[in-house]
Design a protein around this ligand. Structure first.
Ligand code: NI
Length: 137
């Protein structure tokens, strides 16, 4: 049975402040720039969720992409959209919200929820020019 990877794209908007309390204010400002703004600032994020599996003989699908959308909305988007990632999101508590750390936190929320498919890749776009990719390693 061929294995195919299917991808659903979703978007959300969220605020964050990237800050490492172990560093000085000057060092934080130098490292993180606008993302270190004391009261946070916003990004329009795009998230690509890729699931791999065999094609179901009955449906011809690996996974109904409408179902995948619902799972990602319930597990992630509805919990972070228009929220402050440092303050409002339980699965981000204590996490410095760089894109790298956000994508790993999202992976942990989604990975158990897409079975019997396998979550194989998340791509998180923070801007149209910057993205991070995580494959669960
Ligand atoms: Ni930022």
């Amino acid at each position: 049975m061929p294995l195919v990877t299917v991808t659903r794209r979703l978007t959300f908007n969220a605020a964050h402040r990237v800050h490492n309390a172990a560093l000085s204010d000057e060092e934080n400002a130098r490292l993180f720039g606008k993302c270190n703004n004391p009261n946070g600032h916003g990004h329009n994020y795009t998230l690509d969720v890729s699931v791999r599996g065999p094609i179901d003989e009955r449906t011809g699908y690996v996974l109904d992409l409408g179902v995948l959308r619902q799972v990602v909305e319930e597990r992630v988007v509805n919990r972070i959209d228009h929220k402050h990632l440092n303050l409002d999101v339980d699965f981000m508590r204590g996490v410095n919200p760089t894109s790298e750390n956000i994508v790993v936190a999202i992976w942990r929320e989604l990975e158990p929820a897409v079975r019997p498919g396998t979550l194989v890749r998340l791509v998180l776009w923070e801007t149209p020019n910057n993205y991070v990719e995580y494959t669960g390693e």
